[in-house]
Design a protein around this ligand. Structure first.
Ligand code: SAM
Length: 197
């Protein structure tokens, strides 16, 4: 990564921090970009663009990869449009401003990256698995949700406990998907890697 690109990435991360936009942690993004760079991935569907950080990092990690990414929050989507332009990646990153659960996507993808509403992962998985190539991989971030999964307690709000329960249900769901090989990795905030058999 040259100095100019490094500084632009640093700016996006600073914007995310200053504006409380959740983006992937460094270990998580290292895993994801390494996966994209080393597995002959040509196209990725990302659910949850935020401001485009992970999409840009994936595109930079592999010059052959194209990314389609969906975001439902207008301000974040507009910020992502700006960021993708800054990197001149408009020809490789397609940004869609929609609710992913109300969007139909055509085409097949080698990797589907789920990084949107954490309580909706089963719905995202079932909606988009038809877009996965044979042998393709669905990667899901935040499986540990800041270390809270498996550690619920009374001091947590009902909403938070509900969210954690949904992540646990998704874990169980993935374990039961015997048509996928599933690994749960303690990397970043916990990453699930489900590869279609
Ligand atoms: N992947 C991004 C990164 O690491 O740079 C971070 C994504 S952030 C954790 C999750 C994003 O998903 C939020 O910006 C949120 O608005 C978006 N989101 C949540 N539910 C969504 C849905 N149903 N459709 C589209 N976007 C959604």
């Amino acid at each position: 990564m040259n100095d100019n690109i490094y500084n632009q990435i640093k700016e996006i991360k600073k914007y995310a921090l200053d504006n409380k936009v959740p983006i992937m942690v460094d270990d998580g993004i290292d895993f994801l970009t390494n996966f994209i760079a080393t597995n002959k991935v040509e196209n990725v569907l990302e659910v949850g663009t935020a401001i485009g950080y992970s999409a840009i990092m994936m595109a930079l990690s592999n010059p052959n990869v194209k990314i389609t990414t969906i975001e439902r929050d207008k301000d974040r989507y507009l910020e992502a449009v700006k960021n993708v332009k800054k990197f001149s990646l408009e020809n490789r990153i397609t940004l869609i401003f929609k609710d992913a659960l109300e969007t139909s996507i055509d085409g097949k993808f080698d990797v589907i990256f789920l990084d949107a509403a954490k309580g909706q992962n089963i719905h995202f998985f079932e909606k988009f698995e038809k877009n996965l190539v044979e042998g393709g991989t669905i990667i899901t971030d935040n499986m540990n949700f800041h270390g809270l999964v498996g550690n619920e307690n009374e001091t947590m709000s009902r909403n938070l406990r509900g969210l954690i329960r949904k992540i646990e249900e998704y874990q169980t769901y993935l374990k039961n998907r015997t048509d996928f090989t599933v690994d749960f990795l303690s990397i970043g905030d916990g990453i699930a890697v489900a590869t279609k058999k």
